[in-house]
Ligand binder design. Sequence first.
Ligand code: PAF
Length: 366
Amino acid sequence: MATKLRPIQTIAALTARRSLSTTHRYASASSSPQIFRDVPPLRTYRRSLLLSNRTVGLVPTMGALHDGHLSLARLAAVENTDVFISIYVNPTQFGLNEDLSSYPKTWEADLVALETLDAELAATPGAGRISAVFAPTTKTMYPTLPPDSSLPGKGSFVTITPLANLLEGASRPVFFRGVATICLKLFNICTPERVYFGQKDVQQTAVIRRLAKDFHVDTTVRVGPTQREESGLAMSSRNIYLGTRRRNVARVLSQALRRAEAQYLAGKRTRGDILWPATAHADEVAAAQEELDPGARAKFEVDYISLADPETMEEVEVVDPARGAILSTAMKMLPLEEVAEGEQLGAGDDKIPVRLIDNVILEPAE
Ligand code: PAF
């Protein structure tokens, strides 16, 4: 059926043309995920799946795929016959002064990763397959007006207040407007039975749940666990900008959260009791870095350490054990001031500031 639908391309065909020989071992062209650039062929394909009683799990991404994305695709393959991956760096979720132009783009490596994963799924009894990669152009996603990242800005947008104005939204005012808008478009185009998001972006998952509920989107929002590097640092596409020095220091984020979580698990319920060890740890690490020489340190700025309601993301003074709460934090790793001889650097030579976020869910205790 796939070949009759005349997809724009398959990954196997695309990567074969570029001599990425590692992909050849895995999938034949007929089983390779199809790449769709435009909406009508994807809709035709989606309709054919519906008519054959197949189910679609959509994993929206901005590319620069890492194990976090792949784990969501694996989860989607457990629960659906067909996994769709969208790859689109959405301009409207980046503020005018944010890192849109430097956001990592690793298209060919992404295709290889997806083809490799699809081969793994092909060998897994009962698993669904990655059957479509949707990689649209901006003209396709914003057909009427060019995308606008200013406020109030021109265009058709989804706004979800006050949820989208808190925490990440307070620091990045257009972020969730852009995320909600692009996700509604993707949901309308792909009509997935299920959509998959990572817990690392916990506020994003709250926004998407609200979007699905308030706009009656006929899909189930599924959230996969945060994947972590060995150090505890949450996986993120932006981690490629971190060399060894900044990566080591960035662990402070997950360490601070774990300290606060331990308080909750020990029975503490008030904001002060839960958060103080997290704040104290971040302050200590920041002070220790300040003491070091510029060629040895990695400075950072904490944006927030939050204790919030799991649905509204509003700050709480006391955790209701029946609801639990979300501990979350954001910080900016500043560019290295001086680079040491032979030092292992990240992409952009550690000159790019990197915003990092992380969170821990405090599960209901009653
Ligand atoms: O989490 C992301 O990568 C993006 O915010 C998303 C959901 C793909 C929307 O552009």
